[in-house]
Design a binder for this molecule. Structure first.
Ligand SMILES: [Zn+2]
Length: 225
Protein backbone atom coordinates (compact mmCIF):
# COMPACT_ATOMS: atom_id res chain seq x y z
CA UNK A 1 0.00 0.00 0.00
CA UNK A 2 2.61 2.47 1.13
CA UNK A 3 5.03 1.61 -1.66
CA UNK A 4 2.26 2.03 -4.20
CA UNK A 5 1.50 5.46 -2.89
CA UNK A 6 5.17 6.36 -3.02
CA UNK A 7 5.45 5.02 -6.53
CA UNK A 8 2.51 7.10 -7.63
CA UNK A 9 3.47 10.06 -5.48
CA UNK A 10 5.88 11.50 -7.95
CA UNK A 11 5.77 14.79 -6.07
CA UNK A 12 8.02 13.13 -3.55
CA UNK A 13 10.81 12.80 -6.04
CA UNK A 14 13.77 14.90 -5.03
CA UNK A 15 16.04 14.66 -8.03
CA UNK A 16 17.68 17.81 -9.23
CA UNK A 17 17.03 18.84 -12.76
CA UNK A 18 19.55 19.68 -15.38
CA UNK A 19 17.58 20.25 -18.49
CA UNK A 20 17.53 22.56 -21.41
CA UNK A 21 14.50 24.72 -21.56
CA UNK A 22 13.94 25.00 -25.25
CA UNK A 23 10.74 24.28 -27.06
CA UNK A 24 8.65 25.78 -29.74
CA UNK A 25 5.78 27.07 -27.74
CA UNK A 26 3.73 30.14 -28.31
CA UNK A 27 4.92 30.01 -31.90
CA UNK A 28 4.35 33.08 -34.00
CA UNK A 29 4.36 35.45 -31.07
CA UNK A 30 6.70 38.41 -31.04
CA UNK A 31 8.62 39.63 -28.01
CA UNK A 32 6.69 42.40 -26.28
CA UNK A 33 9.89 44.38 -25.67
CA UNK A 34 12.21 44.03 -28.67
CA UNK A 35 9.69 42.69 -31.21
CA UNK A 36 11.92 39.74 -32.04
CA UNK A 37 10.05 36.79 -33.54
CA UNK A 38 12.55 34.20 -32.31
CA UNK A 39 10.40 31.67 -30.51
CA UNK A 40 12.99 29.03 -29.72
CA UNK A 41 12.71 29.66 -26.04
CA UNK A 42 9.40 29.40 -24.23
CA UNK A 43 9.99 31.64 -21.27
CA UNK A 44 12.66 34.15 -22.24
CA UNK A 45 13.23 36.11 -25.43
CA UNK A 46 16.30 34.76 -27.21
CA UNK A 47 17.23 38.25 -28.42
CA UNK A 48 16.84 40.54 -25.42
CA UNK A 49 16.45 38.02 -22.60
CA UNK A 50 13.24 39.49 -21.22
CA UNK A 51 10.52 37.18 -19.89
CA UNK A 52 8.08 36.32 -22.67
CA UNK A 53 4.36 36.87 -22.41
CA UNK A 54 2.33 33.73 -21.91
CA UNK A 55 -0.40 32.78 -24.33
CA UNK A 56 -3.76 31.38 -23.32
CA UNK A 57 -3.71 28.05 -25.10
CA UNK A 58 -0.31 26.90 -23.96
CA UNK A 59 -0.06 23.13 -24.35
CA UNK A 60 0.73 21.56 -20.95
CA UNK A 61 2.97 18.87 -22.45
CA UNK A 62 4.97 21.40 -24.45
CA UNK A 63 5.13 23.71 -21.48
CA UNK A 64 6.69 21.02 -19.32
CA UNK A 65 8.87 19.72 -22.16
CA UNK A 66 7.27 16.29 -22.27
CA UNK A 67 6.28 14.05 -25.14
CA UNK A 68 2.55 14.25 -25.75
CA UNK A 69 1.62 10.79 -24.51
CA UNK A 70 -0.20 9.25 -21.58
CA UNK A 71 2.71 7.21 -20.29
CA UNK A 72 4.87 10.17 -19.35
CA UNK A 73 8.24 10.03 -17.65
CA UNK A 74 7.12 10.91 -14.12
CA UNK A 75 10.62 11.71 -12.92
CA UNK A 76 11.21 14.04 -15.84
CA UNK A 77 7.88 15.74 -15.13
CA UNK A 78 8.97 16.62 -11.60
CA UNK A 79 12.45 17.65 -12.72
CA UNK A 80 11.20 19.90 -15.51
CA UNK A 81 8.52 21.42 -13.31
CA UNK A 82 11.01 22.32 -10.60
CA UNK A 83 13.52 23.66 -13.07
CA UNK A 84 10.96 25.87 -14.79
CA UNK A 85 9.47 27.10 -11.53
CA UNK A 86 12.95 28.06 -10.36
CA UNK A 87 13.43 30.18 -13.51
CA UNK A 88 10.10 31.95 -13.52
CA UNK A 89 9.32 32.20 -9.81
CA UNK A 90 7.82 35.66 -9.14
CA UNK A 91 10.41 36.24 -6.38
CA UNK A 92 13.06 36.40 -9.10
CA UNK A 93 11.31 39.39 -10.61
CA UNK A 94 11.13 41.53 -7.49
CA UNK A 95 13.49 44.11 -9.04
CA UNK A 96 11.78 44.10 -12.44
CA UNK A 97 8.96 46.16 -13.90
CA UNK A 98 5.32 45.64 -12.91
CA UNK A 99 4.64 44.15 -16.35
CA UNK A 100 7.37 41.57 -15.93
CA UNK A 101 6.14 40.72 -12.44
CA UNK A 102 2.65 40.14 -13.79
CA UNK A 103 3.94 37.94 -16.61
CA UNK A 104 6.03 35.88 -14.17
CA UNK A 105 2.99 35.37 -11.98
CA UNK A 106 0.90 34.27 -14.96
CA UNK A 107 3.55 31.78 -16.06
CA UNK A 108 3.93 30.47 -12.57
CA UNK A 109 0.25 29.72 -12.13
CA UNK A 110 0.03 28.26 -15.63
CA UNK A 111 2.96 25.95 -14.96
CA UNK A 112 1.39 24.90 -11.65
CA UNK A 113 -1.86 24.12 -13.42
CA UNK A 114 -0.02 22.12 -16.08
CA UNK A 115 1.87 20.17 -13.44
CA UNK A 116 -1.24 19.43 -11.39
CA UNK A 117 -3.01 18.18 -14.50
CA UNK A 118 -0.21 16.03 -15.87
CA UNK A 119 0.86 14.51 -12.55
CA UNK A 120 -2.49 12.79 -11.92
CA UNK A 121 -3.30 9.95 -14.27
CA UNK A 122 -7.03 10.69 -14.46
CA UNK A 123 -6.50 14.39 -15.13
CA UNK A 124 -3.72 13.67 -17.62
CA UNK A 125 -5.96 11.18 -19.44
CA UNK A 126 -8.84 13.65 -19.54
CA UNK A 127 -6.53 16.38 -20.81
CA UNK A 128 -5.19 14.14 -23.60
CA UNK A 129 -8.73 13.24 -24.59
CA UNK A 130 -9.61 16.92 -24.59
CA UNK A 131 -6.68 17.64 -26.93
CA UNK A 132 -8.22 14.99 -29.18
CA UNK A 133 -11.56 16.78 -29.06
CA UNK A 134 -13.16 14.29 -26.69
CA UNK A 135 -14.86 15.46 -23.53
CA UNK A 136 -15.59 13.14 -20.69
CA UNK A 137 -18.42 12.86 -18.22
CA UNK A 138 -19.87 10.01 -16.23
CA UNK A 139 -23.28 10.47 -17.86
CA UNK A 140 -22.14 9.94 -21.43
CA UNK A 141 -19.70 7.16 -20.77
CA UNK A 142 -21.03 3.65 -20.40
CA UNK A 143 -19.61 1.46 -17.68
CA UNK A 144 -20.82 -2.11 -17.56
CA UNK A 145 -23.22 -3.28 -14.89
CA UNK A 146 -20.84 -5.92 -13.59
CA UNK A 147 -18.27 -3.26 -12.75
CA UNK A 148 -20.85 -1.04 -11.04
CA UNK A 149 -22.07 -3.97 -8.94
CA UNK A 150 -18.51 -4.72 -7.94
CA UNK A 151 -18.02 -1.09 -6.92
CA UNK A 152 -21.17 -1.26 -4.78
CA UNK A 153 -19.83 -4.41 -3.13
CA UNK A 154 -16.48 -2.83 -2.36
CA UNK A 155 -18.12 0.31 -1.00
CA UNK A 156 -20.30 -1.82 1.24
CA UNK A 157 -17.36 -3.75 2.57
CA UNK A 158 -15.62 -0.46 3.34
CA UNK A 159 -18.68 0.68 5.27
CA UNK A 160 -18.94 -2.62 7.13
CA UNK A 161 -15.25 -2.88 7.97
CA UNK A 162 -14.60 -2.47 11.66
CA UNK A 163 -10.86 -2.87 11.96
CA UNK A 164 -7.76 -1.31 10.49
CA UNK A 165 -6.69 -4.72 9.18
CA UNK A 166 -9.93 -5.23 7.29
CA UNK A 167 -9.66 -1.80 5.68
CA UNK A 168 -6.04 -2.30 4.75
CA UNK A 169 -6.96 -5.61 3.09
CA UNK A 170 -9.59 -3.87 0.97
CA UNK A 171 -7.19 -1.01 0.23
CA UNK A 172 -4.59 -3.45 -1.04
CA UNK A 173 -7.12 -5.06 -3.44
CA UNK A 174 -8.28 -1.66 -4.66
CA UNK A 175 -4.70 -0.58 -5.16
CA UNK A 176 -4.02 -3.65 -7.32
CA UNK A 177 -7.08 -2.82 -9.43
CA UNK A 178 -5.93 0.79 -9.81
CA UNK A 179 -2.53 -0.37 -11.04
CA UNK A 180 -4.22 -2.66 -13.53
CA UNK A 181 -6.51 0.09 -14.81
CA UNK A 182 -3.53 2.42 -15.15
CA UNK A 183 -1.68 -0.07 -17.32
CA UNK A 184 -4.82 -0.65 -19.39
CA UNK A 185 -5.10 3.09 -19.86
CA UNK A 186 -1.52 3.26 -21.12
CA UNK A 187 -2.31 0.51 -23.64
CA UNK A 188 -5.53 2.22 -24.79
CA UNK A 189 -3.74 5.50 -25.40
CA UNK A 190 -0.92 3.74 -27.22
CA UNK A 191 -3.48 2.04 -29.44
CA UNK A 192 -5.31 5.34 -29.92
CA UNK A 193 -8.45 3.67 -28.60
CA UNK A 194 -10.21 6.77 -27.33
CA UNK A 195 -13.48 5.09 -26.35
CA UNK A 196 -11.78 2.47 -24.19
CA UNK A 197 -9.55 5.14 -22.66
CA UNK A 198 -12.66 7.11 -21.74
CA UNK A 199 -14.29 4.11 -20.09
CA UNK A 200 -11.12 3.23 -18.19
CA UNK A 201 -10.81 6.80 -16.86
CA UNK A 202 -14.36 6.63 -15.53
CA UNK A 203 -13.57 3.29 -13.85
CA UNK A 204 -10.43 4.77 -12.36
CA UNK A 205 -12.47 7.60 -10.93
CA UNK A 206 -14.69 5.10 -9.11
CA UNK A 207 -11.64 3.33 -7.71
CA UNK A 208 -9.94 6.54 -6.60
CA UNK A 209 -13.16 7.55 -4.83
CA UNK A 210 -13.12 4.27 -2.95
CA UNK A 211 -9.49 4.86 -1.98
CA UNK A 212 -10.62 8.20 -0.56
CA UNK A 213 -13.43 6.53 1.40
CA UNK A 214 -10.99 4.00 2.84
CA UNK A 215 -8.60 6.74 3.95
CA UNK A 216 -11.45 8.63 5.57
CA UNK A 217 -12.64 5.56 7.42
CA UNK A 218 -9.11 4.71 8.57
CA UNK A 219 -8.81 8.21 9.97
CA UNK A 220 -12.11 7.83 11.80
CA UNK A 221 -10.98 4.53 13.32
CA UNK A 222 -7.74 6.16 14.39
CA UNK A 223 -9.60 9.00 16.12
CA UNK A 224 -11.87 6.56 17.95
CA UNK A 225 -9.06 4.41 19.29
ZN1 LIG B 1 13.03 40.47 -26.80
Amino acid sequence: MLSTYLKRGIEKCLLVANIQCRAISGAGKRCWKCNSSDVNNTFFCASCGVIRESIKDEDYFELLKLKKEFNIDAVKLVQNYRHIQSMIHPDKFAQKSEHEKTIALEWSSLVNKAYNTLSKSIERGKYLLMLNGVSISEENTSVDKEFLLKMMDVNESVEDAETKNELEGIASDVSTDVELLNSQLIAHFEANDVESAKETIVRLKYMINIEGNIKEKLLKLQLMS
